[in-house]
Structure formats: C-alpha cells, structure tokens
Design a protein around this ligand. Sequence first.
Ligand code: DGL
Length: 262
Amino acid sequence: MKIGVFDSGLGGLSIAQAIMARLPDHDYLYLGDTKRVPYGNRSQETIHEFVGEALDYLFANDCLLVILACNTASAESLRRSQQQYLPQKYPDRRVLGVLIPAVEAALEIAEEGRIGVLATASTVDSGSYPREISSRSPNASSVCVAAPLLVPLVECDGLKYAGPILDDYLANLGRVDALILGCTHYGFLKDEIRSMIDCPVVCPDEVVPNKLADYLNRHPEIESRLSKGASRTYRVTDLAPGYAALASRLAGSPIPLEAVSL
Ligand code: DGL
C-alpha cells in the first residue's frame, strides 16, 4: 500500500519531494485539490468536508497512510479526521499532519520562548498553533500572523515582489525566538525569510520527513504494510493550462500531473 500526500493545491509538492527524498523506496500518491484551492480563506466546515472527500479518494486508491501536507487542512481537520472519520470509515488507516512536527521543532529551539507563526487566515483563525504550543510548553507564548499574499506570489512566479510584503508581515510578528512557516507555499520563500529575520526558522519540509521516518520506525505494523516499488503518482482535481509548468517549477523537476474527480 502507498503513502498519500494531500494538499489543497501544488504547494504541498515541497513536502512531498522532501519526504520522497528521505524515504525513496516507498510508493506515493500525491493529491492536489487544484479545483478548489485556496483553502486558506474558507470556513472550517467546508475545509473539513473537502478533506473528507480527499481522504475517501486516497484511501480508495490504496493509501494506508495519508500526510495532510496542507497546514490549513491539518489545522482544521486533522483532529476530527483522526477522532471521527478514521474510526467510522477506515479504522486500519492513518492520517498525520504537519502542524505538530513544526511545533515540536520550534519548541526544541525555544522551549519557553515566543514562537511566531506565519500561516493562512484560516489556520490563524483555527487557533491550532497557539493551542498545540501552549499544551506542550505552558511557559511558551505565540504570535500568529496571517500572510495571505504569499500564496499567490509563489504561484504566480512573483517572488521578486516578496520583499516589502514580507517586511510588513515580519514586522507584525514583533520579536520572536523561533518562526514557523505554517503554510506549504512559504517554504519556497524560506531563504529570503531567513535572510530577513534574526531567529531560527522552522519549515515543515525540513522537519516532516524525519518525523515520518521516526513514526514508521515506531510503528512496524504500518511500515510492514507499505509497498516499496519507488513509484510516484501525482494527481490533481483540475488540470488547468499552466499547472504542469507550475508543478515542475515548484518541485524543481518535471512532474507528470493526471486529472481526477473526487
Ligand atoms: N496549502 C495551504 C496551506 O498549507 C496554502 C494554500 C491554500 O490556501 O490552500 O495552508
């Protein structure tokens, strides 16, 4: 059986590529909901409904384990998917998110410090990051800033315009001891962000692969059911002109996209 990687669109390719590099032998199915991206300004109920449909698709297509690479999906839906969806529909399957690995990495850097988070509006509104941070380290504090302009900048090849926008978002954070990039797309700006801020920056594509490898080591009952044919399949819910080029640009190598319906 395969590892599924789900994102609202193509930004999750950053995390998918990093996982595939860390665990190259496994079989992967990437699903990007390009028909309905962005998720970041939608309601909690809508995001949860979309995530449920994506999980239905991935589990029906032989995924044993699904990584919700999308922070917005993780923030809104991970807990409900684990507590309600899986026990009712697929008790032998697993869903993992990206939010907790990022929080753990930030707290390793600044256990009792002030943790900054840049994320989509919906992720910020969910309150998930402050909740996960304070439940793990009651003396830590957090500040979350919605950075909605960064996703279109990444998608539209507009990184050269990012400077003044980032200046503004980073100023809104104030002083922080560690910064989490809480959205798949922001990883494409990590070098620029690191050059602009004077604290360690946690990027999910740098922490999730090791956390997944560790999870699989601790769960041989899952690991032993994963097939190892090194296959990669990339599916999207809308194959608009330009998506293949965008996917290849974001991933840094040609990505063959197939269109599917959920
Ligand atoms: N993939 C989303 C995330 O990581 C960003 C794009 C969106 O708003 O759907 O939060």
